[in-house]
Design a protein around this ligand. Structure first.
Ligand code: URA
Length: 197
């Protein structure tokens, strides 16, 4: 599993499948615990991620860390990744063709990691994983069973940075994720056994 994730990382590092590779500084592969049961999927790198080649290291990452803490989760137990891997010029949103070109990396990561829960952060990640344009609002903070894992969509932390009035809603989503981890009989450890999360 670790080898497969490393192989995907190498493919992302040298990817030149769309024009975004011409302007990026560093592509951003997923990172985290190769045994993670929970994967978080953001939209794509911002400036700090482009500089460092690592996901969620800028302001959204700092905010994400606060939300993870509220849900009793630690980065070292998770896998953090994105829909797209290269920063578009002037920080524009990735185009549909760029998302389509990049999508196999995410799908391969999911197959290699085999998570129990995949948390799309925002509508771009949710739409890709549901394979149809989908707003996050009706689904946020609830679990959607799929064939191989639970989808648990959450508002993107960056939404609360752009609009501080949303902070409480983002927090509510992460608290709901905690409740789901604590309540679901499949995910809950038997009495006496330490929680995986
Ligand atoms: N940083 C990331 O890695 N992904 C996002 O979606 C936002 C910031």
């Amino acid at each position: 599993m670790k080898e497969k994730l490393e192989e995907i990382r190498q493919r992302i590092r040298v990817c030149a499948k769309c024009s975004l590779h011409e302007s990026r500084k560093k592509p951003v592969p997923g990172e985290g615990n190769p045994k993670a049961k929970i994967m978080f999927v953001g939209q794509g790198p911002g400036r700090n991620e482009d500089e460092t080649g690592r996901p969620f290291v800028g302001a959204a990452g700092v905010f994400l860390d606060r939300m993870l803490k509220a849900a009793g989760l630690k980065r070292r137990d998770l896998w953090l990744t994105n829909v797209t891997r290269c920063l578009p010029l002037e920080g524009r949103r990735p185009r549909a063709t760029e998302i389509k070109t990049c999508a196999p990396f995410l799908l391969d990561e999911i197959q290699a990691l085999h998570p129990e829960i995949v948390c799309p952060l925002g509508s771009m990640a949710l739409s890709l994983l549901l394979r149809k344009p989908t707003r996050i609002q009706p689904f946020r903070g609830t679990a959607i069973p799929t064939e191989n894992y639970f989808l648990f969509p959450l508002l993107h932390p960056a939404a609360a940075i752009r609009n501080p009035a949303l902070e409480e809603k983002v927090l509510e989503d992460f608290r709901n994720l905690r409740k789901f981890l604590d309540s679901d009989p499949i995910l809950k450890p038997p009495p006496g056994q330490k929680s995986l999360f």
